[in-house]
Design a protein around this ligand. Structure first.
Ligand SMILES: Cc1ncc(COP(=O)(O)O)c(C=O)c1O
Length: 417
């Protein structure tokens, strides 16, 4: 069986050569049950206002593009020629990813000297921003792909999002989840009707299994549409909070920062895009150093959603030229960030979703003092035992009050075990 072009994990959104510009900034793709206009036009050399974006087809290397280490080539996204029909019916009023509301300036601003606005993505139905990319990609499938279905490798949020929207749209979904995936998430995906295969010790192994199955069964695996879908968060951010100076984005596989950076820089090139990784799995920093995605050892982290040992080829090709800075944070700051969000925002946010704020609290971004900054709180799917451990671990090590924690005193192992 021939492999569909996008069954390869090697497609990459061509990096803009100058400040990109988008013509429109309408809301989330799924908000009307139909996708928004694609971020880019489907041509090899596309004029977007003053900006000429150069893309390659799956068969042709992009001029000047770096080749991934495994010899495969980064290729372009393939925005659809025409949008597919809207879903036949919706199961719940929340079946499409929503435009999460603009929230007022956070009271955390007073302790950080930064004007902080949160984008509360944990309010999405399955608890994370991953619905954006999942829904958008499913809506872009042609009829034959919709029948065959899609496959993914995920330990949590992407699996939930894809399973839920696959069921809603009547598209078969298979997800390979690692043996360490939380049983609650595995069960939830199965309840959404997805074919869940629990195999592989980490997400890297799951990816290999999923890629093999994609080839054998002609299923769609990964696609630049996922990045475009995540990018709708960036469009909402600049619509909802005018005159921002920076966005600070957690980085796992890199899809979110790639989509957001493309959207935000296209509309407002001066806005800084800053990535934050968990120190225990700094695969984007390693990729930047190497000049291409490389494997790093992924140690257990409170930010389990960021524990991706190798960033995506597509995500890297898109994000690397647009991202201004990437920093890493220690576990204790992620724990403190989770606590601060409960205290100040009454928000339960998972470690990955709290990581961008952790960088601010850790003092990693002093240049943002006095600036207007948007921080997405990307997900809320935290295991209650982890939440309890983060809470009590931070408190136990810092005294009776969480208001003046001394992070250096917190042992990450205490938080995780
Ligand atoms: C809550 C949360 N935040 C951030 C990320 C990072 O997104 P990406 O893998 O696209 O870099 C993830 C990834 O799973 C996540 O679950």
């Amino acid at each position: 069986m021939s492999q569909p072009p996008h069954a390869r994990e090697t497609e990459g959104l061509a990096a803009p050569r100058g400040p990109p510009q988008l013509r429109s900034s309408s809301p989330t793709p799924g908000s009307q049950g139909r996708p928004r206009a694609p971020l880019v036009q489907r041509t090899r050399s596309t004029s977007l206002g003053d900006y000429r974006a150069h893309y390659i087809t799956p068969d042709e290397p992009r001029r000047g593009a770096r080749m991934p280490a495994d010899g495969t080539q980064a290729v372009s996204p393939t925005p659809p020629r025409s949008p597919p029909p809207p879903p036949r019916r919706r199961r719940t009023p929340c079946s499409t990813p929503g435009v999460t509301p603009r929230t007022p300036r956070s009271s955390i601003s007073s302790i950080t000297d930064i004007e902080i606005y949160f984008k509360k993505e944990f309010n999405q139905f399955t608890g994370s921003f991953k619905e954006r990319g999942a829904r958008y990609t499913l809506l872009m499938l042609n009829e034959s792909q919709r029948k065959k279905g899609v496959i993914a490798a995920s330990a949590g949020n992407h699996a939930l999002a894809l399973s839920y929207h696959g069921q809603d749209l009547g598209i078969p979904v298979t997800v390979v989840m690692p043996l360490v995936a939380p049983i609650m998430k595995v069960q939830a995906c199965r309840q959404y009707g997805a074919n869940i295969i629990v195999k592989g010790s980490d997400i890297g192994e799951c990816r290999e299994i999923a890629l093999k199955m994609a080839k054998e069964q002609d299923l769609l695996y990964d696609h630049p549409h996922i990045l475009a879908g995540q990018g709708t968060m960036g469009l909402e951010i600049v619509e909802q909070v005018p005159n921002i100076d920076a966005v600070v984005i957690p980085v796992g596989g890199g899809g979110l920062i790639a989509g957001v950076a493309l959207a935000v820089k296209a509309l407002h090139p001066h806005v800084q895009v800053i990535g934050v990784e968990a120190e225990r799995c700094a695969s984007f920093s390693a990729a930047l150093k190497a000049g291409h995605p490389v494997y790093v050892k992924a140690e257990s982290t409170l930010a389990d959603g960021l524990a991706v040992p190798k960033v995506g080829v597509n995500a890297y090709a898109t994000a690397a030229p647009l991202v201004d800075k990437v920093v890493t944070v220690r576990e204790e700051w992620i724990a403190i960030s989770i606590l601060r969000l409960v205290e100040h925002e009454k928000a339960v946010v998972e470690g990955a979703g709290a990581t961008a704020l952790a960088a601010v609290l850790a003092g990693e971004l002093p240049e943002l003092k006095g600036k207007r900054v948007v921080i997405p709180l990307c997900g809320g799917n935290i295991d209650t035992t982890i939440l309890g451990a983060a809470w009590s671990g931070a408190w136990r090590r810092t005294g009776a009050s969480s208001s003046s924690p001394s992070p250096s005193a917190i042992d990450p192992e205490v938080l995780l075990n």
